[in-house]
Design a protein around this ligand. Structure first.
Ligand code: FES
Length: 111
């Protein structure tokens, strides 16, 4: 691997490919340059949703519930909306969200 310099914040970061995202409608990049990112959507969607899936309660990784259109934490049951806002505790702080889009064949996000 080549050494990677930390890019200045505010730049778009590739977190995966459009094909990966389209396969399941979500893409989890645990070690992206921007930190852990969970992207929801497909390359055909108008808007992609991207959050840091680290639960703000105690740090478990939340899962996307497509039917309910929300993120749920497996550890203590916190729930977050697509906008990252808390819908159900014990978490009190929202998930960090990212802007996300498709660029060429890549899924890119920006804090
Ligand atoms: Fe997510 Fe406790 S770590 S609800």
């Amino acid at each position: 691997c080549s050494s990677q310099t930390t890019p200045p914040s505010g730049d778009w970061q590739a977190v995966g490919t459009a094909a990966e995202l389209d396969k399941t409608g979500q893409l989890l990049a645990k070690n992206s340059p921007a930190g852990p990112v969970l992207v929801i959507g497909t390359s055909k969607a108008e808007n992609l949703t991207a959050v840091d899936p680290t639960c703000t309660h105690a740090g478990c990784t939340v899962a996307w519930k497509a039917e309910a259109k929300k993120f749920a934490c497996p550890c203590h049951g916190s729930e977050f909306g697509v906008d990252g806002k808390v819908q159900k505790g014990p978490a009190t702080n929202p998930l960090k969200t990212y802007a996300a889009k498709i660029e060429g064949n890549s899924v890119v996000v920006k804090p």
